[in-house]
Write a protein that binds this ligand. Structure first.
Ligand SMILES: NC(=O)c1ccc[n+]([C@@H]2O[C@H](COP(=O)([O-])OP(=O)(O)OC[C@H]3O[C@@H](n4cnc5c(N)ncnc54)[C@H](OP(=O)(O)O)[C@@H]3O)[C@@H](O)[C@H]2O)c1
Length: 378
């Protein structure tokens, strides 16, 4: 029978997830990992992975432990058994002489390699792998990494801000700001935690956004900014183009884009990719391109046209819907998702695993549109 974490170890897994979360927004393309070292029920070491090139969590947790022999190491993700930017963690755990390793979830990248669990078990270390809620929470912690590792594409989160009646702007196009300052700060944090952000050209033309993560404490990693712009209409004098030399701007254009427009954008430092096919084909092509660049998470910030294309193409993994306590009304004011919409309630996408959060006077509803990818068979 497979070994499972004890109730006490299950609590330590929650602590390890907290530790892992300290590096949110800094580890990609690596996973977020936290680890706790325990002897006779007492925590003797804690650590987390701070990002590429830094020690893995297990190693940093063991670093301060004077005699690690016989200890239990509780970690959110399967220890690696391969040489990457750092040596394998399994070797370090074996060298340290730990007696038991508790793992929150398996690492999809360990598949087809030596597999951390097998290496440890073959060497006589007791290994317990979590299941149920513990495993689910550890997988969600690294949902972007897992999605990318298993599908080759980034995890896509659609974020929209609407009035109570589902409008994203007034009939005259005014949309800044529907939600309050607290929600806007949240959006900046979401951007900082994402490898890429994206909008449709309608939004770029209407709002001239910067799409950077701002007004946050500490070191902030800026996301790659992406505009879905079939005809390469992104204004040359707009904020995105003006800052392209500091933070990358990627334009996803169609074959109908005039070459003079493309050349003008490229001359200003914009990375323009021409992708063939329908808008849905271009969205899928763009996600493949991002995956190849190791971009593991994409935050889509609208507008209604891009949201519609992405929903119809079934590429959205998660949503965060921010509701402001106001009513805009009127058939001329755009709703959050443009035509064609979904013809039946049966075909309308539903969000699972809902989390509801109050942010000042706004309400943020988050959840999953598509289940997180699984290894299959494990
Ligand atoms: N409240 C909010 O959360 C929020 C968020 C964002 C925007 N807004 C508001 O929404 C309005 C803009 O929405 P919108 O629906 O007009 O525009 P949009 O969704 O930003 O852009 C739609 C356009 O993007 C282009 N596009 C879509 N898919 C593409 C693909 N796969 N490849 C290349 N290009 C693609 C198409 O234009 P082309 O074919 O012409 O290239 C499409 O017409 C503005 O008023 C803005 O202020 C509100």
């Amino acid at each position: 029978m497979s070994l499972r974490p004890t109730p006490a170890e299950s609590e330590l897994l929650a602590r390890a997830r907290q530790l892992a979360g300290r590096a949110e927004g800094h580890v990609s393309p690596n996973p977020l990992v936290g680890a706790v070292v325990v002897r006779d029920g007492e925590v003797v070491g804690e650590g987390w992975h701070a990002g590429p090139g830094h020690s893995h969590a297990e190693i940093s947790a063991l670093a301060g432990v004077t005699d690690p022999r016989g200890t239990t190491v509780v970690c959110t993700l399967e220890p690696c058994s391969h040489h990457g930017r750092t040596p394998p963690c399994t070797a370090a755990l074996l060298e340290a002489g730990v007696g038991r390793v508790v793992i929150g979830t398996l690492d999809p990248l360990e598949r087809g390699r030596a597999q951390g669990v097998q290496v440890l078990r073959r060497a006589g270390v007791e290994v317990a792998v979590a299941e149920g809620e513990d495993e689910r929470a550890c997988r969600e912690l690294n949902s972007a990494f897992i999605t990318w590792a298993l599908t080759g594409r980034p995890e896509v989160t659609l974020k929209l801000a609407t009035s109570l009646d589902g409008k994203i702007a007034t009939a005259s196009g005014e949309s800044q700001w529907i939600t309050g300052p607290g929600s806007r700060r949240r959006v900046h944090r979401m951007r900082a935690a994402s490898d890429a952000v994206g909008v449709g050209i309608g939004t770029a033309l209407a709002d001239d956004p910067r799409l950077t993560a701002r007004d946050l404490e500490g070191e902030v990693r800026q996301p790659a900014r992406t505009v879905f712009d079939s005809r390469a209409r992104l204004p040359l004098d707009g904020r995105l183009v003006a800052t392209a030399d500091q933070t990358p701007v990627l334009v996803i254009a169609g074959t109908e884009a005039p070459s003079a427009r493309i050349e003008a954008l490229v001359a200003r430092g914009v990375d323009v990719r021409v992708l063939p096919g329908t808008a849905a084909d271009r969205v899928r092509g763009a996600l493949d391109l991002m995956g190849e660049r190791e971009l593991q998470s994409l935050l889509v910030e609208g507008g209604a046209g891009l949201a519609a294309v992405m929903l119809q193409a079934e590429v959205i993994d998660r949503v965060t819907w921010m509701l402001a306590p106001m009513v805009i009304g009127g058939t001329g004011a755009p709703g959050a998702v443009a035509d064609p919409g979904f013809a039946t309630l049966e075909s309308a996408p539903r969000v699972d695993g809902i989390a509801v959060e109050r942010i000042d006077d706004d309400v943020a509803i988050s959840g999953r549109l598509r289940p997180l990818a699984t290894l299959g068979g494990d």
